[in-house]
Ligand binder design. Structure first.
Ligand SMILES: NC(=O)C1=CN([C@@H]2O[C@H](COP(=O)(O)OP(=O)(O)OC[C@H]3O[C@@H](n4cnc5c(N)ncnc54)[C@H](O)[C@@H]3O)[C@@H](O)[C@H]2O)C=CC1
Ligand SMILES: CC(C)CC(=O)C(=O)O
Length: 365
């Protein structure tokens, strides 16, 4: 990858490589765009097959956060971090403390949170070194683990997409194929099970599969079977790029509604599933519950206020579907237009200079 060429093509602001040999820290912070405010996005820890794959993931995820935060109406830009390593065995206190100092060094341009492979405890260690972190323990006046709230938002958005595909937003009796039953999807299973949906699950972590089978009567399938199972809804809740040339021909679902970031390997795959008549709930619209929740910390966290906004993901998906039908465009294009229009409006509005020495997180009680 020619990094500067890629950054110019998609208008990235900053790419920061963070290294600390002793704790084994190798982190990449990507800041895509701060027009709407400081970049906020989680820290993912994963065993990437190459540094190039890690860089690409950080860049794709950061751009996704710009669109997610804009479409959700938040005063936040887009950024994301990937830490190269195995979250099950490479974590240590010094790693996250060192990473916290690198975030502090960005002076509020980037605020982090959880993502794949990181936890509230990891965020608390980062918080030892910087205030530019959310999703920390509620004891600090924070919102805690965002995953259950993300799950609730995905559940609400899935219902809106189901209404478009099946004429009813009831998920009772619907077969939902869930790929990756980790923090978010385990909580999503709870909502779906309570509503009477039938669950099919898969995960590379067999304990995670067994837990869903035991707790929700889910049917377990092999990793690559998830795409071809007979189901109403496919819910990608693992890593990205699972909607691609290999998997699309296998899909039987009428709806794609899941938590994963960057579900489309390429935008053309969004065009293909649109042409197939599949109702696609754009990933960064349906999975915005977590960021909506942590963003409420900027005003002094109020869970009732945050959850009310997360409930609204139902109408956000309805709006995107409505625009897509009105303008005869795929839903992912409708979502992108909503996000880009808001960013452009803010970018072009006059910015009268106002002295405000306080960082927005200073309002967190
Ligand atoms: N945690 C949150 O609040 C938010 C998470 N997301 C996205 O949702 C997705 C899931 O996030 P979390 O639940 O927090 O992560 P997690 O790490 O708790 O869960 C991901 C699960 O996917 C499994 N997995 C990984 N590769 C797989 C594969 N090839 N096939 C099947 N399973 C596989 C993992 O074993 C794990 O159980 C990620 O894409 C994340 O970026 C998006 C918005 C917010
Ligand atoms: C609060 C975080 C979960 C936000 C984020 O990184 C995401 O929505 O992917």
């Amino acid at each position: 990858m020619e990094i500067f060429k890629y950054m110019e093509q998609y208008d990235y602001e900053q790419l920061v490589f963070c290294q600390d040999k002793q704790p084994g820290l190798k982190a990449i912070i990507a800041i895509h765009d701060t027009t709407l405010g400081p970049a906020l996005g989680g820290t993912r820890m994963w065993t990437y097959e190459s540094e190039a794959a890690a860089i690409e993931d950080a860049l794709r995820l950061a751009k996704g956060m710009t669109y997610k935060n804009a479409a959700a109406g938040l005063n936040l830009g887009g950024g994301k971090t990937v830490i190269i390593g195995d979250p099950r065995k490479d974590k240590n206190e010094e790693m996250f403390r060192a990473f916290g100092r690198y975030i502090q060094g960005l002076n509020g341009r980037y605020i982090t949170a959880e993502d794949v492979g990181t936890t509230v405890a990891d965020m608390d260690l980062i918080h030892e070194e910087t205030d530019y972190v959310t999703g920390i323990s509620p004891a600090f006046g924070s919102s805690g683990n965002p995953s259950p709230v993300t799950a609730y938002g995905v559940y609400r958005g899935m219902k809106a997409a189901a209404k478009e595909a099946f004429g009813t937003d009831s998920l009772e009796g619907k077969v939902v194929a869930i790929q990756g039953v980790g923090n978010v999807a385990y909580n999503l299973c709870k909502h779906l099970h309570e509503e009477g949906a039938q669950l099919i699950v898969t995960d590379i972590n067999k304990e995670a599969v067994m837990r869903a089978v035991e707790d929700f009567g889910a049917k377990a399938v092999e990793i690559n079977e998830i795409y071809s199972v007979d189901c109403d809804i496919y819910a990608p809740c693992a890593l990205g790029a699972t909607i691609n040339d290999d998997t699309i021909p296998q899909l039987k679902a009428k709806v794609i509604a899941g938590a994963a970031n960057n579900q489309l390997k390429e935008t053309r795959h969004g065009d293909t599933i649109h042409e197939m008549g599949i109702v696609y709930a754009p990933d960064y619209v349906i999975n915005a519950g977590g960021v909506i929740n942590v963003a409420d910390e900027l005003y002094g966290y109020n869970s009732e206020r945050a959850l009310k906004k997360v409930e609204g993901i139902y109408s956000n998906i309805e709006r995107v579907i409505e625009i897509a039908k009105r303008d005869r465009i795929p839903t992912y294009v409708a979502a992108d237009r909503l996000a880009e229009e808001r960013i452009e409006r803010m970018r072009n509005s006059r910015s009268q200079f106002l002295q405000n020495g306080q960082h927005i997180l200073s309002r967190r009680k």
